[in-house]
Structure formats: structure tokens, C-alpha cells
Design a protein around this ligand. Structure first.
Ligand code: NAD
Ligand code: ZN
Ligand code: ZN
Length: 348
């Protein structure tokens, strides 16, 4: 089969012929229906040095996957060939305290995991291929009625990551709250919808691209603003001078973190989701009183079930541009040049 592979750090991925994997005991072979192109893959291709992560190339890209169960390894029960499924992306050991809590993103025995701190498309072969080998049946979740793999794939990361981040701040997102979403790309446009579906907060979105601001409004944002010298004043004006209760930063650059902190209200949450590499000096008088600055990473299996349910009910809908596997490298080039609206999704 063909697979889009990252062969070394600081390189563009290449299509290559690889063998179709055979599922061993407990494993599941998924026929890929769709695999999303995440901006994290661009960071991986261009910004990481050998040794910075406990894993590295070569591997097949694509950590945002859905499809159909194809073949079951021995001992797997409860799944049927042909059944539509989404793939839970982070693959931990399954038995440490964090994994038992469902937080395989924070597995504390990476030495016992299939790959330390990664998963399919992150150190191990991912979904930008016809088939994806999933190392344990708990990493696949049945799709609810009415949700196709092409709709479900983006929900496994671009939907799940904002859901996990928003959920952490639910107590601060009551009906009189305002939330600022910075960056309305793959994650951001679903973040706006997660906020709409699960809170009554007012949503202000920020993106330099006019098309992304239009998409934010289409997704339910109350206000969409462009970054620039007036942004902080515009956000303050939209909040009667007090600032926003929660900032969800899907970019994470020096500029966006500084903007987020300047827009934040006392007791607010500033959540860093984007891997933009920026820093924010935090000190007593440097951020609003009792503000919490936090990062979040992906989400867990239980949350994915919630997100897929929201998807099946039409409350979360990825705005998607489809690419063939032959064009998958182009999907990443388009993502890098900022011409993708919503999520680029590869259908092998
Ligand atoms: P994307 O390229 O689809 O979207 C990024 C958006 O940010 C674009 O719309 C872009 O126009 C906008 N943007 C750029 N500069 C901006 C600025 N100064 N102010 C406001 N908006 C700006 O990327 P994506 O796939 O949605 O990923 C977003 C970020 O989240 C990436 O850094 C990615 O690596 C990261 N990510 C983190 C996690 C996690 O678990 N923490 C998971 C997935 C992705
Ligand atoms: Zn991702
Ligand atoms: Zn573990």
C-alpha cells in the first residue's frame, strides 16, 4: 500500500510503498477512511531535532484517524470487521495510574507503551495510508449512527483537543462569561463549536485571515476580530472593560500569549493549546490577579466518546477540505501556506 512517510527530521514527507501490516494478538487493523492533517505535523517536520523526542522518523504521518475495522488480531472481542470506528490517538501502557484514569496522553510507564509518549502518526505508523495497525482494541471507538469516517477523523484531535481544553474551564464559562479563541484553523473552528455546544459563554474569535474570521462566525462566534494594535482595546470594549474569563490560544506564539494575557480578566484561565513556541512571563503583577495559566494536551477516550456524540447530533461539524493520498503532501503545503479553511483531511 502507499503511505505518506516522514523519513527524517527537517524534511517533507514522501509517498512510499509499504507492506500492509498484519494484526498480532490483541491488535486491530483499521482500513483508513480519513486522516486529518494537523499543524503539529508541520512542527514535527520542520522544528524538531533528533533526540528532542523519545521517538523519531521514519514513520507514516496521520494521528487523526477514522475508518472501518478490517481484521482482528487473535483474542480481540467486541468488534466486527466492517464496523466504522474512530481511533484514539495517544497509546499508553494501559495499566499505570494515568492510563487507568483514561489519561493515556500522560502514561507514566512509557517504557511499557507501544512507543514512549506517542501513537500512530507520532513515532509509530499513522493513518495516511490505506491501513492503520492499532495496538490494542481499547484504542478504537465505535462511531455513533450517522457519523461517517470523514466527519469523525477531524473530531479525534481537532475536535477532541479543544473539548478537553474547554472542559477544564467549564466552571468559568457561565452565561455571563466571555471566551477568547485565538486562531480559527482546524482546532479553532471546532473550538468555537465546542463552546457553543457546551456553554452559554459569549465567544470572541481572532484570526488574521478574513476567511477564518468568516468561518468563526459561521461556527457560532459572536464576534471575530483581526490581530493588531487595536485588538486588546476591542476585546476590552466588547467586555465592558473587564476582559475575558477564558483565553484558548490555538497559536501559542509570543504575540498571541501576550495578547491573551492582556485580554484576560482577574480569576481567568489562559490555556495554551498551540505549539507556537512562544513564552509568557508569569509573575504576581505580570498577569491578572488569580489568573491560571495552563497548557493542555489532546484528550482522552471518554472525552472522544462525548465529542463523537456531539458530532453525530450535528453540534460539531468539521469544515473539511478533502485530499487524496496522492495529494497528501499538498495538504500539508496548503496548511503551511494558510490556504486551508477548517481541516484538511486525506481520504486514502
Ligand atoms: P491551523 O494551521 O489549522 O490553524 C492555525 C490558525 O491560527 C490559522 O487559522 C491561522 O491563520 C491562525 N493564526 C496564525 N497566527 C495568528 C495570530 N497571530 N493570531 C490569531 N490567529 C493566528 O492549525 P491547527 O491544526 O488548528 O493547530 C493549531 C495549533 O495547535 C498548532 O500549533 C498545533 O501544533 C497545535 N496543536 C496542539 C494540540 C495539543 O494537544 N495541545 C493538539 C493539536 C494541535
Ligand atoms: Zn494533532
Ligand atoms: Zn500508562
Amino acid at each position: 500500500m502507499q503511505a505518506l512517510r516522514l523519513k527524517q527530521w527537517h524534511s517533507e514527507p514522501e509517498l512510499e510503498e509499504v507492506a500492509v501490516p498484519e494484526p498480532g494478538p490483541g491488535e486491530v487493523l483499521v482500513q483508513v477512511g480519513a486522516s486529518g492533517a494537523c499543524h503539529s505535523d508541520l512542527h514535527l517536520m520542520h522544528e524538531f531535532e533528533a533526540g528532542a523526542l523519545p521517538w523519531g522518523p521514519p514513520f507514516t504521518l496521520g494521528h487523526e484517524n477514522a475508518g472501518w475495522v478490517h481484521t482482528l488480531g487473535s483474542g480481540v472481542r467486541g468488534l466486527e470487521p466492517g464496523q466504522p470506528v474512530a481511533v484514539v490517538g495517544a497509546w499508553g501502557c494501559g495499566t499505570c495510574r494515568r492510563c487507568l484514569d483514561g489519561l493515556e496522553t500522560y502514561c507514566e510507564r512509557p517504557d511499557l507503551a507501544p512507543v514512549p509518549g506517542g501513537g500512530g502518526g507520532l513515532g509509530l505508523d499513522g493513518g495516511m495510508a490505506e491501513f492503520l495497525l492499532v495496538p490494542a482494541a481499547r484504542h478504537v471507538v465505535a462511531l455513533p449512527e450517522g457519523l461517517e469516517p470523514t466527519d469523525a477523523a477531524p473530531l479525534t484531535d481537532a475536535g477532541l483537543t479543544p473539548y478537553h481544553a474547554v472542559r477544564r474551564s467549564w466552571p468559568k464559562l457561565g452565561p455571563t462569561a466571555t471566551v477568547l479563541v485565538i486562531g480559527v484553523g482546524g482546532l479553532g473552528h471546532l473550538c468555537v463549536q465546542v463552546l457553543r455546544a457546551t456553554t452559554a459563554a459569549r465567544v470572541v474569535a481572532v484570526d488574521p485571515r478574513g476567511s477564518a474570521r468568516d468561518l468563526a462566525l459561521e461556527c457560532g462566534a459572536d464576534l471575530a476580530l483581526a490581530p493588531g494594535d487595536d485588538l486588546v482595546a476591542e476585546v476590552r470594549e466588547a467586555t465592558q472593560g473587564v476582559g475575558v474569563d477564558v483565553v484558548l490560544d490555538m497559536v501559542g506564539s509570543d504575540e498571541t500569549l501576550a495578547t491573551g494575557a492582556a485580554c484576560l480578566r482577574q480569576l481567568g484561565d489562559l490555556t495554551i493549546v498551540g505549539l507556537g513556541g512562544g513564552t509568557l512571563p508569569v509573575s504576581f503583577f505580570g498577569v491578572p490577579y488569580e489568573a491560571s495559566v495552563q497548557s493542555t494536551y489532546w484528550g482522552n477516550r471518554r472525552e472522544l466518546v462525548d465529542v463523537l456524540d456531539l458530532g453525530a447530533r450535528g453540534l460539531l461539524r468539521s469544515h473539511t477540505t478533502l485530499y487524496t493520498l496522492a495529494d497528501a503532501a499538498q495538504a500539508y503545503r496548503d496548511l503551511a501556506s494558510g490556504t486551508v479553511s477548517g481541516r484538511a483531511v486525506v481520504v486514502p
